[in-house]
Design a protein around this ligand. Structure first.
Ligand SMILES: [Fe+2]
Length: 294
């Protein structure tokens, strides 16, 4: 799941939304069943993540008091989040145009759906809901370097939109913000940080434990060339050293020449390995092959 897809940049906000597509969260209107769905999802992930996820994620849950029951009230959440890193969460009716999305990020506003999945949809969703957007994405906004990376990403997105390179930026978002892995301190282990993984029970297990996917050291240009799957778990995960390093690699990169090279190259298929890759784990691709036979 990703916070944006390619949409017409000329579509108008729906009725009831502001010109920047934001809507009130209207927290008081959530039903007891909707709060209970949040609690079920939260309990399942919180029980499994602590030794799998990057410690900064757990710290973010604590700082933001997200361990309290029920769907978070954005007004309360934002008091703590703003004090930590100057970020805010704003509600939107669904997917928003790319440039609206980038502009919010560039101003340290994270857009979140206000709806929550039904009890029948605990494991599968077509569009990101509030559990994915808030549980998955918001805790790491408390980490200073990750918070700066998200802002830099939004600023880079606004420039990329003018150059027709949004697809490359979408791949960067996908393989970091949504499906990123990170080295575990000085040890050789890996931890989760991408929101698409940490908000998914199945992928939280698969991304670290399954022999199928490749796990490759992060390289900005490689990631920007790599196709991704929207219909199943990923065939590649890219591993960063630290959020500080991710921020440095992206904010300091001169993307003009990178984009020129990208225009001259074919995209790399999901699941393929390249000669220059620093491969941490060469996957069997057994899952992708089994699904392709179905
Ligand atoms: Fe997302």
């Amino acid at each position: 799941m990703v916070g944006f897809i390619i949409m017409s940049n000329h579509s108008a906000p729906p009725p009831g939304a502001a010109t920047d597509w934001t809507i009130p969260q209207d927290w008081a209107s959530y039903s007891a069943e909707e709060h209970a769905t949040w609690d079920r999802l939260f309990a399942r992930q919180a029980g499994m993540l602590p030794d799998r996820v990057v410690p900064a994620f757990i710290e973010g849950l604590d700082v933001l008091r997200m361990t309290r029951p029920g769907i978070p009230d954005f007004d309360e959440l934002n008091d703590r989040l703003f004090r930590a890193t100057g970020w805010q969460v704003v509600a939107v009716p669904g997917l928003v145009p790319d440039e609206t999305f980038f502009d919010h990020l560039a101003h340290r506003r994270f857009v979140a759906g206000r709806f929550i999945r039904t009890p029948e949809q605990l494991d599968y969703l077509k569009e990101p809901d509030i559990f994915h957007d808030v549980f998955g994405h918001v805790p790491l906004l408390v980490h200073p370097a990750f918070a700066d990376y998200m802002q830099a990403y939004g600023e880079g997105g606004l420039r990329a939109a003018k150059l027709g390179m949004i697809e490359a930026l979408a791949r960067l978002y996908w393989y970091t913000v949504e499906f990123g892995l990170i080295r575990d301190g000085g040890g050789g282990g890996l931890k989760l940080y991408g929101a698409g993984i940490v908000s998914s029970y199945g992928e939280s297990l698969f991304a670290l434990d399954d022999p199928s996917p490749n796990r490759i050291a992060f390289d900005l240009e490689r990631v920007m060339r790599t196709r991704y799957r929207i219909d199943d778990y990923q065939q590649n995960y890219f591993v960063i050293d630290s959020f500080e390093d991710l921020l440095r690699q992206t904010r300091d990169a001169d993307l003009g020449p990178v984009y020129e090279r990208l225009r001259g190259h074919q995209p790399i298929d999901a699941g393929a390995l390249m000669p220059a890759d620093r491969v941490l784990h060469a996957g069997t691709q057994a899952r992708a092959e089994a699904r392709a036979r179905v």
